[in-house]
Design a binder for this molecule. Structure first.
Ligand code: BG6
Ligand code: GLC
Length: 911
């Protein structure tokens, strides 16, 4: 409301908000003739209108009413017949309806005892709440023009948000606790107070709960509005129930509006299973412990405090703010709910988080800010889901009551302040703008509540699950390193014979090949010792057709040699014999730096006759077959290693390489004493983990979904690289497509209609996920993409598709974070450190192109590896440069170590 205060203030009006901020009361003392006052009012409303437009809201002139009150004589003498508001001339009406109550000054209450005049304009804010008259009331008090102002008769619509039966207050909620009011008649108390003053009188008083007022005001214009919903300071809903079910009231016919007071859900322990210790603290420290438990999990009065308590808890566990809690952070109420909305703003959120954290006096860094955003997102997302579940229950109740298969209804959301990803009501409405918005809310809520439980829930991994996954992976890392256990390990932990990251003394010209990501590239690279730079002197991208990917090994290597020949001649390098670094992004058992046996193809490659063979040999043979150029020594590197090395040249603490692209994998510097399969105890060696194979022995059974199983079974290599199939770009789009098909089959999407395109594998590439999750253009992109899939979508479908994308990409980021946290922890423990500061070099289209992936990954790593301070640097020109670096480092170092024979015998130490 702050921006509005500025707008209104400029015109010299006082203002006041009520009805959960949906209504505005403007008051002023006119200093000139009424016409001047009205002109001032008009321009103030013009400006409010402009402000609303900027904020995707809309004032609706055609639904505006204005009224003038006064004694019959005053009214007859009044020069005012109409008011002009944003271009509409509005004739004065004899009566207006606000919040469901009709105000008619000619009735008994308006008998003219007042000698003041009032002009009341009711300007509905229509489509942002619903397509009906949610009143925006401006009161203009012209009493300053009256000589005989003795007293005014007001007409009150008391919109309450307390628990009322008739007008007896059952109990206070939301922080109110005035003594002597519970159990008493509110109307009576009000009348007594007015009498005590004696300077004005009141007419009739209508008592309405805020949900009912909201529903009524909406229903005034749209008769299908039969649910009123409030998600503001508190939360509640009312709906039209069949009289035959309202056993406490006489009569069987028709319907009656029931104020559910759903905030009290759980007061009898029903929600025990989902209540957290933080919820318990919120309840116990509230003014009314033990009551309105559901409201305390959802509404604006408590959300900020929920987040604050979570932040305190994370700080105590040293996961935030270096473990330092400030007095401000420890003080209740210092994190109002509006901070959540500010921090979750798509564009300015992180900056807002930093500003807010500064005001809380905590020593934050940029990862803290991300974690705080994650906490806000978790809390608001739970709110939206709980609310969706409750609203879905009511919608279903109405549907079943009426014996309908399908219900079309309208919800009047009174004040929806809390923007949340799953049920972003304001957003839906502002986008929709057609007035169907409120019905959408029901539809979204109904469908989301169902789908999130049944279909998407298995994809939502908790921090606890991620910790378990990390523990399992740690065991697998150790198994993979063991001399005796290695052969049966799912995570291969391959020695790379890279024993040192660059020290800056490397130099020379190199050729590089980069095969296995989105592009196959050939490069000419120069490493300059003096300037510590790696220059790409030339590069060429060559395509690799599906035929080659699935053809014979000979065809593949001939193709590679042909591309190399082309490039060498275009660069005039034919006369030179340059050393070559080969980034080959597949799992290889390296015997030495220039001998690399392909263990198996992954990521859609399946050329025959290559598995089990030495890649260097195959390449050299292909070059010899051509005979038109020569190559020098060859160093083989995995893309993770290339990435680590190219980043390591810039930052020498870079000792982890991470790829989240077509596939996923990581390498890191392991202590030689732990690399049991390679001779030697001193120093370190880079280990290519091949973590994509995690789960191949069934370890991940508990988190694998039926969709993951389908992805695996329909892949070129079923049963292998299970972890990669849950994470990487080659599979994410397909995971989303299969989920969409499933939701459609369950009639939760596209009216149950599946198109042939949607049913065809590969029609939903992973880049669609990034496009749909774009903060600003995402929903528009979703619509475009759904059109191209030939499915009959509506606006709700687009939102649900976005939720599906978000669920799938978020699982991917979280799994990756769990794996990376494991590796970072491993390095820390290896070195006997309490705290590790390290750098990860990262590459891959998923990490680079997805709008939120890197944020979520980094924040989760911090949560899962609290003792590791991990810096992420982006690899800039791919791992080709890194391959050249490896070759350069290999030239610098004498390679002494070699692979020891594997043995099948189990060793106790490794178990
Ligand atoms: C590139 C590297 O930049 O990233 C490749 O040069 C790597 O070696 C690739 O395989 C991974 O990303 P993607 O998304 O292309 O698989
Ligand atoms: C696959 C490969 C692995 C590579 C990763 C990322 O998992 O097996 O070697 O590093 O994809 O490209």
């Amino acid at each position: 409301m702050l921006p509005l205060r500025c707008v209104v203030g400029r015109h010299g009006f006082n203002f006041h908000c009520y009805a959960d901020d949906t209504q505005l009361y403007l008051k002023f003392s006119p200093s000139g003739p009424p016409s001047a006052t009205l002109t001032r009012l008009s321009s103030c409303l013009e400006e409010i209108n402009a402000w609303m437009r900027q904020n995707f809201l809309q004032l609706n002139g055609s639904k505006t009413e204005a009224i003038q009150t006064g004694t019959p004589q005053q009214l007859r003498a009044s020069p005012i017949a109409s008011v002009s508001i944003f271009g509409h001339s509005i004739l004065l009406s004899p009566s207006i309806t606000n919040l469901g109550v009709k105000f008619d000054p000619r009735g008994s209450g308006g008998s003219g005892s007042s000698s003041d005049r009032e002009v009341r304009g009711s300007i509905p804010v229509p489509d942002y709440v619903c397509n009906c008259n949610v009143a925006f009331v401006s009161f203009v008090d012209l009493s300053g023009h009256c000589d005989s102002c003795n007293y005014v008769t007001f007409y009150f619509v008391i919109t309450t948000s307390c628990l009322f039966s008739q007008s007896i207050l059952l109990r206070w909620t939301k922080g109110f606790n005035c003594s002597g009011v519970e159990g008493r008649d509110i109307v009576q108390l009000l009348k007594e107070a007015v009498q005590r003053r004696g300077d004005f009188t009141i007419g009739f008083v209508a008592m309405v709960n805020d949900t009912v007022g909201t529903m009524m005001s909406c229903g005034y214009r749209d008769q299908s509005c039969e649910i009123g919903l409030i998600i503001g300071t508190g939360t509640n809903a009312c709906y039209m129930e069949e009289m035959r079910n309202v056993k406490r009231v006489e009569g069987e016919d028709g319907r009656m509006c029931i104020n559910t007071e759903w905030g009290g859900f759980g007061d009898d322990g029903t929600l025990e299973n989902i209540i957290t210790d933080i919820n318990r603290t919120i309840d116990q420290t509230s003014i009314k412990p033990g009551v309105h438990i559901f409201e305390k999990m959802i509404s604006g009065m408590y959300l900020g405090e929920l987040v604050r308590l979570l932040l305190v808890k994370l700080t105590e566990q040293k996961l935030l703010f270096k473990g330092q809690r400030s007095t401000t952070l420890l003080t209740a109420g210092t994190f109002p709910t509006k901070f959540i909305s500010e921090i979750e703003e798509p564009l300015s959120g992180l900056e807002n988080a930093k500003r807010i954290l500064s005001s809380l006096n905590v020593p934050y860094d940029s990862v803290d800010a991300r974690i705080v955003r994650l906490v806000c997102d978790t809390v608001s997302s739970r709110t939206a889901r709980l609310c969706a579940a409750a609203l879905a229950t009511i919608a279903n109740r109405i549907r079943v009551n009426r014996g309908l298969k399908h219900l079309k209804t309208t919800v009047a959301p009174g004040m929806v302040r809390l923007l949340a990803p799953d049920c972003d009501i304001t957003f839906i409405l502002s986008q929709d703008g057609s007035g169907k918005g409120a019905a959408m809310v029901t539809a979204v809520a109904q469908r989301l509540a169902l789908q999130s439980h049944l279909v998407l829930q298995p994809f939502c991994l908790s921090v606890h699950q991620l910790r378990t996954i990390s523990d399992l992976l740690m065991k697998d890392l150790i198994k993979g390193l063991g001399k005796h256990s290695h052969h049966k390990a799912a995570v291969k932990m391959l020695p790379t014979f890279v024993r040192s990251t660059p020290d800056g003394t490397e130099h020379g010209d190199f050729l590089a090949l980069d095969l296995g990501g989105t592009n196959f590239r050939v490069l000419h690279v120069r490493v300059l010792e003096e300037e510590k730079v790696v220059d790409i002197l030339g590069s060429q991208t060559c395509s690799i057709s599906q035929d080659i990917m699935l053809g014979t090994g000979e065809q593949l290597f001939d193709h590679i040699a042909a591309c190399l020949a082309d490039f060498i001649s275009s660069q005039n390098l034919k006369e030179q014999t340059l050393p070559l670094g080969f980034t080959f992004s597949f799992p290889c058992e390296q015997k030495k730096i220039d001998e690399s046996i392909l263990i198996r193809w992954t990521k859609g490659f399946n050329c025959s006759g290559v598995e089990g063979r030495d890649i260097v040999q195959l390449l050299k043979e292909a070059v010899q077959r051509r005979g038109d150029f020569t190559i020098g020594s060859v160093a083989m590197v995995n893309d993770t290693v290339g990435t680590m090395m190219s980043c390591g040249y810039r930052d020498q603490s870079c000792e982890i390489g991470l790829i989240i692209g077509t596939g996923t994998n990581a390498c890191y510097m392991e202590e030689m004493r732990n690399v049991k399969r390679v001779e030697g105890e001193d120093g370190r060696m880079c280990i290519n983990t091949e973590w994509g194979g995690f789960g191949d022995d069934g370890t991940l059974e508990n988190i694998i979904t039926d969709i993951d199983r389908t992805i695996d079974q329909t892949s070129i290599k079923p049963g292998v690289h299970i972890f990669e199939k849950m994470i990487s770009g080659m599979y994410l789009g397909e995971l989303v497509r299969l989920l969409l098909v499933k939701l459609t089959e369950q009639k939760l999407l596209f009216k149950g209609q599946r198109s042939t395109t949607l049913l065809t594998a590969g029609t939903f590439p992973t880049k669609f996920i990034s496009e749909i999750e774009e903060p600003l253009s995402g929903l528009e992109n979703a619509k475009r993409i759904l059109s191209s899939l030939n499915v009959p979508y509506d606006f709700v479908d687009a939102r649900i598709v976005r939720l599906v994308c978000d669920t799938v990409s978020s699982r991917s980021a979280r799994l990756c974070a769990a794996a990376l946290a494991t590796v970072a922890n491993r390095i820390r423990v290896n070195r006997g450190l309490k705290h590790l500061k390290t750098t990860v070099g990262v590459d891959g289209t998923v990490y680079k192109k997805h709008p939120n992936f890197s944020d979520e990954l980094q924040a989760m790593v911090r949560l899962l590896a609290p003792d590791c301070d991990v810096t992420f640097i982006l690899s800039q020109d791919g791992s080709g440069k890194g391959a050249a670096m490896v070759t350069a480092v290999a030239q610098r170092l004498a390679l002494q170590s070699h692979l020891l024979e594997d043995s099948d015998g189990d060793s106790e130490e490794e178990d």
